[in-house]
Design a protein around this ligand. Structure first.
Ligand SMILES: NC(=O)c1ccc[n+]([C@@H]2O[C@H](COP(=O)([O-])OP(=O)(O)OC[C@H]3O[C@@H](n4cnc5c(N)ncnc54)[C@H](OP(=O)(O)O)[C@@H]3O)[C@@H](O)[C@H]2O)c1
Length: 278
């Protein structure tokens, strides 16, 4: 692996003494890569965009909150990296197509897509919260399909030119776990996990790697949108009782998936806090 510049560093101790910060990669193994990160305005997407840039990639930042994207782009640029804020609602296929054109013009052909934007809204099916069902399906399923549509040609082109090319999707352990009231969210994530399995049959042959990451509990803004008291308590208890994952842990995982040699496809990765039982 050393010939591919995937090196290790000794992680320093974290603030709590329990959570060491995540970096395991060193150097600039992603130099020359052009990445798109959706959901880059907070949480996992923000941390991943920053880490990919730190490791040498140029990064296009997609989400709706333009101010957050601009702040992140400034931070990346100030640290010597290259980033482009592209405010985009990924549920809007035309907007994603426009983003693809802008990124191609300003950063070049994309060879790393992190389709990560997602929302979790929990309710009993009998509550008929149909707006929440639609919101999750629109973003977690259609938003990812729009992202795939936007950049699959770029990925194929990059792979055909002999470059590493990656599509990485954020699924969830909810794709396979049975959690009461999580049915619609779980369904959207199960869609993604299976999507990636099947996409590999077509894209792997063309040299495009496809991966799904299924995190357990990560400390982000995701639970802020949950109004169901049982689900809120479940997540609040996990946050309080165990050393949950930080966004940086998932960022490092995505970076690692992209940094390994071209013939290696880490396809399905579950990342859990060590102490998380479910
Ligand atoms: N946190 C966890 O424990 C956990 C566990 C498993 C899986 N996940 C998955 O991880 C992914 C990232 O979530 P997170 O935990 O980092 O939560 P988060 O901080 O709430 O991030 C969600 C991101 O999605 C973006 N987004 C929402 N609607 C969008 C739209 N229409 N178009 C473009 N971007 C949109 C948000 O930005 P804007 O509001 O600015 O658009 C935000 O950047 C999600 O797919 C989530 O399901 C999280």
């Amino acid at each position: 692996m050393t010939s591919h510049d995937v090196t290790t560093q000794t992680p320093a101790a974290g603030e709590s003494g329990l959570q060491a910060p995540s970096p395991v990669l060193g150097g600039t193994p992603l130099a020359g890569r052009v990445a798109v990160v959706t959901g880059a305005s907070s949480g996992i997407g923000e941390a991943t965009a920053e880490r990919l840039a730190e490791l040498g990639a140029s990064v296009a930042l997609l989400a709706r909150r333009e101010d957050r994207l601009k702040d992140l782009a400034e931070r990346i640029t100030a640290a010597g990296g290259r980033a482009l804020a592209v405010p985009t609602d990924v549920t809007d296929r035309d907007a994603v197509a426009a983003a693809q054109e802008r990124v191609a013009r300003e950063l070049g052909t994309v060879d790393l897509v992190f389709a990560n934007a997602g929302v979790q809204l929990i309710s009993a099916i009998g509550d008929l919260e149909v707006a929440d069902w639609d919101a999750q399906i629109d973003l977690n399923v259609t938003g990812v399909m729009n992202t795939v549509r936007g950049w699959v040609r770029d990925l194929e082109e990059a792979a055909a030119a002999g470059r590493s090319a990656d599509l990485v999707v954020t699924s969830s352990i909810a794709a396979t776990r049975v959690l009461e009231k999580f049915q619609v969210y779980s369904g959207t994530k199960a869609f993604l996990t299976q999507l990636v399995r099947v996409l590999r049959t077509e894209l792997g042959r063309k040299g495009v790697r496809v991966a799904s990451i299924a995190p357990g509990m990560v400390d982000t803004e995701l639970p802020d949108h949950v109004t169901d008291p049982d689900a809120s308590r479940l997540m609040a208890d996990l946050l309080e009782q165990i050393d949950v994952l930080q966004s940086a842990d998932i960022a490092e995982t995505v970076a690692f998936v992209a940094a390994v040699p071209r013939h290696v496809n880490l396809t399905e990765i579950t990342v859990l806090p060590t102490a998380q039982a479910i």
